[in-house]
Design a protein around this ligand. Structure first.
Ligand SMILES: C[S@@+](CC[C@H](N)C(=O)[O-])C[C@H]1O[C@@H](n2cnc3c(N)ncnc32)[C@H](O)[C@@H]1O
Length: 341
């Protein structure tokens, strides 16, 4: 078992992939590199003579993310395996038909993120699947000759639709929301328990000005605000381009910003209220930096009497209290706490 930190292991795995890909000349080949967060593969492919293009779904550090793959045909596709099987399924449907005849897809990822079972999934899409490299912590798998099968294109075929009852609190009746989501988006199109706790206090928050939903996902909180407070001018920010695509359908007309934390919000921008069910992961690792950044910087993006309302897991309540000493706890359930500061 490797003792190195996940980010270092990932970089090492990425170097293994680069070595496996560039063993022979790639002169004149076009490659698509998918969700390579260390962003080291495209330069390695270009050094071996290929033209490489990145496609990221998540805008980490301001990466130019987009919900769907760019159009085009590729001699090779380097795919960082997603943890979620339904995302892998969608990606293979979207990518396999865009391989040039004789082209190959090289999938790679960490064992503890599902790379062990990926070969079986790849075999349902490709005639040829073979391991290229295997390390203690990850593997690289090559697939070629896509099997003939229907390939729904991007967009609507992947939408998950559900009617969801969202509590709004006080005397207000619950909202019945026709809500859509895409594979791999937070909560899978269902109502998360933390989100429900925040929504069940919306009617008490007097949301009638400019409201920011920080880390809005597919827009469940924003859609509930639209329902209970139609005068609110809603802005949602989110790092996942596909979640934001769903938010566009769930909260039409809202301002939606692809953003890693506060990145897309101008320093001068002010809101009357900020609400959030914030992330406590950075990519696949537990990480509280975005939550802390939300708590510390919310003040400078709020107008005079503005408030930040944030829901966190109970174990993080102490962190909220330490960071915002004047915050008060509005509600507690067995797993979540709702704070206002
Ligand atoms: C706990 S979920 C809440 C989603 C939505 N507000 C809801 O309640 O359904 C947190 C969201 O934060 C997003 N996220 C993760 N890291 C982020 C970052 N650095 N900047 C902005 N959003 C981020 C995730 O993609 C996810 O959609």
């Amino acid at each position: 078992m490797s003792r190195r930190r996940p980010a270092e292991r990932l970089r090492e795995l990425s170097r293994t992939v680069a070595a496996a890909l560039t063993g022979s000349s790639l002169a004149g080949q076009r490659w698509l590199v998918v969700d390579d967060e260390p962003s080291s593969l495209a330069p390695a492919l270009e050094a071996a003579g290929a033209a490489a293009r990145n496609w990221w779904r998540w805008a980490f550090g301001g990466l130019a993310a987009s919900p769907w793959p760019p159009p085009g045909k590729w001699h090779g596709i380097a795919l960082r395996l997603p943890r979620d099987r339904s995302v892998l399924d969608m990606q293979l449907h979207l990518l396999a038909p865009h391989l040039e005849p004789g082209g190959r897809l090289v999938a790679w990822g960490a064992n503890d993120e599902g790379a062990r079972s990926a070969a079986g999934v790849l075999a349902t899409f490709f005639e040829q699947v073979r391991p290229v490299a295997s390390r203690a912590h990850g593997r690289v798998i090559e697939a070629a000759e896509p099997r003939p099968m229907p390939h729904p294109g991007p967009g609507a075929p992947w939408l998950r639709r559900a009617r969801i009852e969202v509590p709004l609190g006080g005397e207000t009746s619950p909202a019945q929301l026709d809500f859509v989501s895409y594979p791999g988006v937070f909560a899978g199109g269902e109502l998360d328990e933390g989100t429900a706790l925040l929504c069940s206090h919306l009617s008490e928050l007097h949301l009638d000005g400019a409201v920011l939903d920080f880390a809005c996902g597919a827009g469940m909180i924003a859609a509930a605000i639209r329902h209970c407070c139609p005068e609110a001018r809603i802005t949602g920010l989110e790092i996942d381009a596909l979640a934001l695509e769903a938010a566009g359908l769930n909260v039409p007309g809202a301002e939606l910003l692809l953003s890693d934390g506060w990145q897309a919000i101008d320093a001068e921008r002010r809101f009357d209220q900020i609400v959030s069910n914030p992330p406590v992961h950075r990519g696949r690792q537990e990480d509280h930096s975005i939550l802390l950044d939300l708590l510390r910087r919310a003040r400078r993006h709020l107008r005079g009497r503005g408030k930040l309302t944030v829901v966190v897991q109970g174990r993080l309540g102490a962190l909220v209290e330490r960071t915002l000493p004047h915050a008060r706890r509005l509600a507690t359930t067995s797993r979540y706490q709702l704070w206002q500061g």
